[in-house]
Design a protein around this ligand. Structure first.
Ligand code: SF4
Length: 282
């Protein structure tokens, strides 16, 4: 995986919380692993179907910046993840023929980083009445917080309003550390309060980045005060090369127990181990 940053993130690199997440060190973080066994559940290009009632669409393998601990580290940044109009047609046909699928997760890469593809896919999904729930997983607001002010994103948010008029729409922000909630990110979250999208967060326990009660307490309080419900905190995937990030699960459980004693129930996320067979609640 090549190192990639945005100008916004470059200004923040003096903070250890950013440096460790984004900058390559001596360790070689490059792996052929498929920890969630997605590649064998891709009936058409870009669509992962592992569970009867839900499917995940990878709009591309591209993101604004490259996180060293990414689950899909084997794919990130590669152009072969791009989906064409023909691919979109094929995956919409698959969804039309599989009416048991009621929930879609838009992912990648970062689905918000490829707005033209997102518009094409959403326009088609909006026509599928059996799709009731859509989740958009993104880290773009933490990497280019002003992205939503450009014209193409006005189109995206206008289309999302149409989506939300017929389906339940959630945005899952991928956020690891309270330092990431800058004034620009707060501005974005205030903008989101005007949008018909429910905001959730997902985080990963990362050794020497966020694995303390104090840091996570600060993060979850900030999020809940800004209208973002902390939803998941994952154990870091057991992917070759990610050893420097992986925390002890027993320590993670102790941190969660301590958070439950002090934070409101609304602010405490579920502790999740993601496996090739699905998610396990710890
Ligand atoms: S933004 Fe998300 S998908 Fe992209 S590299 Fe980071 S964790 Fe992976």
């Amino acid at each position: 995986m090549t190192e990639k940053l945005t100008p916004y993130l470059e200004q923040l690199l003096d903070k250890q919380s950013f440096e460790k997440q984004y900058l390559a060190k001596n360790e070689d973080i490059l792996s052929p692993d498929d920890p969630l066994d997605e590649d064998s559940h891709e009936p058409v290009k870009g669509l992962i179907h592992k569970h009867k009632n839900r499917a995940l669409i990878k709009l591309s393998y591209k993101c604004a910046a490259h996180c060293r601990f990414c689950t899909r580290i084997r794919q990130i940044g590669k152009p072969e993840g791009d989906i064409s109009e023909n691919d979109i047609e094929s995956l919409i046909k698959y969804l039309s023929e599989n009416k048991a699928i009621t929930e879609l997760i838009l992912s990648g890469g970062d689905p918000l980083f490829t707005p033209k593809t997102l518009l094409l896919v959403l326009q088609q999904i909006n026509k599928l009445t059996h799709i009731k729930i859509i989740r958009i997983g993104t880290r773009l607001p933490l990497q280019i917080p002003d992205f939503y002010k450009t014209n193409i994103y006005s189109e995206v948010f206008n289309l999302l309003k149409i989506t939300a008029s017929a389906k339940a729409l959630y945005m899952l922000l991928h956020v690891e550390h309270p330092d990431e909630i800058t004034t620009q990110v707060v501005d974005f979250l205030n903008f989101m309060k005007t949008q018909p999208v429910m905001l959730l967060s997902q985080s990963v326990f990362l050794k020497n980045v966020n694995n303390t009660v104090e840091i996570l307490s600060d993060l979850f309080i900030k999020l809940i005060e800004l209208g973002v419900k902390p939803y998941y905190i994952y154990h870091c995937d057991n992917v070759n090369g990610l050893e420097p990030f992986i925390c002890d699960i027993k320590e993670e459980k102790k941190i969660l127990q301590a958070l439950k004693k002090t934070l409101s129930g609304l602010a405490v996320p579920q502790h999740i181990l993601d496996t090739s067979k699905g998610k396990i609640r710890l």
